[in-house]
Design a protein around this ligand. Structure first.
Ligand code: GLN
Length: 456
């Protein structure tokens, strides 16, 4: 009740939800009943969780932030959603996002613009902006998001919450509306590392419905956390961090770089060793990502044809019906991506764009492998700036894309990364949070001797 009250109170200002569940209280009461009967309702019993609207929820609207799925109610739950329900969570509603995850500010939603709870004139980041804003505003305890090129980490950074992008394949993508299948990951947002660990415990693991989901054993992420009091003195002694040189120089706002450098000093005070590491091909990542993500998107979005899902524009002839349904159903950013992707994949351009981008992807992976081999956990800012003003970048897609500089490479390498609030900066009278990105080896979200999840 407390969360639902706050959800309703804050919603007119923040607008993080596209749908609010009408059965959340009944579900919570049912879980109370199970508790009263002495049954075990699961590790997430009664916890109100919001779900990004590109994850299918049975019987609840699931639009992906697109008009082309207006009114669509899936007949099934995404695996991550199903696992949350099985753990006793209460789904409180569906959160706003950039249409099909394409964007970095949530302004590309076909439905509404979400505000950043720290300053309502600013964006919450994106594409999981609704999920991050909802957690920051206390409208839910935790939320699910998806991350193709930073969509959990960057909004977490902008809204001052914790965001975890798991290793590619750690969480099933079944029931996630596909954007770029080789990069998409379902992950968690919460107010603490404990919360995202608890959530990851529930959703991680193999799923026969997603052939790319890993069958590696799922550790208990919450148990892997080391409480600070058990590590007196220099709690981070023996830990090695590498701050990525290419992410704290040109292209980053000095105030952001400063907050991250302060965090580095703090880590050193706690006993860690922090070195500067270089990833020579780092800057090639962003253009390669946009070629690959758009290429995969152009193929994935061909399923929205006006026949299988959502509204159909009636026309005399089949191609005209496709054209009109897609023309009216998709927004400007999605059309831009489809055009870019179709171009990059077309005969005559394939080698110059798609193939080259795949080669760059390999270089990025090799750079990370080398840097992580030394036992480092890599550090960087999550984004080059704090939350920007609503409307500031929406007409300039290139400047929007540039903001993804620090996050996209991690998806191309499939690695896990955490966005952790590490300080505030002041901008035009507003205090704005800044996130620190921690990047680890694949499937080492909970490696004990690396304390990736050291609980401060
Ligand atoms: N902003 C990036 C994009 O538009 C990343 C989005 C995401 O991770 N879904 O592609």
């Amino acid at each position: 009740t407390e969360y639902l009250d706050r959800l309703r109170e804050k919603e007119p200002d923040v607008k993080s939800f596209l749908h609010i569940s009408s059965s959340a209280l009944d579900e919570a009461a049912e879980i109370d009943g199970r508790l009263a009967r002495g049954d075990d309702p699961g590790p997430l019993a009664g916890i109100p969780i919001a779900i990004k609207d590109n994850l299918c929820t049975q019987g609840m609207p699931s639009t992906g932030g697109s008009r082309i799925l207006d009114g669509y109610r899936p007949p099934y739950d995404a695996t991550a959603v199903k696992r949350l329900k099985e753990s006793g969570a209460v789904l409180i509603g569906k959160t706003n996002l950039d249409e099909f995850g394409m964007g970095s500010s949530t302004e590309s939603s076909a439905y509404q613009v979400t505000s950043n709870p720290w300053d309502l004139s600013r964006v919450p980041g994106g594409s999981s902006g609704g999920s991050a804003a909802a957690v920051a505003a206390g409208q839910c305890a935790c939320a699910l998001g998806s991350d193709t090129g930073g969509s959990i980490r960057q909004p977490a950074s902008f809204c001052g919450v914790v965001g975890l992008k798991p290793t590619y394949g750690r969480v099933s993508r079944f029931g996630l509306m596909a954007y770029a299948s080789s990069l998409d990951v379902v992950g968690c947002l919460g107010t603490s590392v404990d919360d995202v660990s608890l959530l990851l415990n529930a959703i991680a693991g193999h799923d026969p419905a997603d052939a790319t989901s890993s069958s590696k054993v799922v550790p208990n992420y919450l148990k892997a956390l080391v409480p600070a009091k058990e590590l007196p003195g220099n709690p981070l002694a023996g830990m090695k961090f590498g701050i990525i040189k290419e992410t704290i120089g040109e292209g980053v706002e000095p105030a952001v770089a400063q907050v991250v450098k302060n965090a580095v000093v703090h880590l050193e005070k706690l006993g860690a060793v922090v070195q500067e590491v270089s990833l020579p091909t780092f800057s090639l990542g962003l253009p390669a990502y946009y070629v690959l993500a758009a290429s995969e998107a152009s193929s994935n979005l061909s399923r929205y044809d006006g026949i299988r899902y959502g509204p159909r524009v009636v026309a005399d002839e089949l191609n005209a019906m496709y054209g009109a349904s897609r023309g009216q159903g998709f927004g400007a950013e999605v059309k831009r991506r489809i055009l870019m992707g179709t171009y990059a994949l077309s005969a005559g351009y394939y080698d110059a764009f798609y193939k080259r981008a795949q080669q760059v992807r390999t270089l990025i992976q090799q750079d990370f492998k080398k840097a992580l081999e030394d036992g480092h956990i890599l550090l960087s800012p999550v984004a080059p700036s704090p939350a920007f003003k609503i409307g500031e970048k929406v007409l300039d897609p290139l400047s929007m894309y540039l903001g993804d500089l620090m996050t996209v490479n991690v998806n191309m390498a499939g690695l896990p990364a955490l966005s952790l609030p590490c300080g505030l900066i002041e901008d035009e009278g507003s205090k704005l949070p800044v996130g620190l990105q921690l990047i680890g080896n694949a499937f080492e979200e909970a490696t004990k001797d690396q304390h990736l999840y050291y609980r401060a």
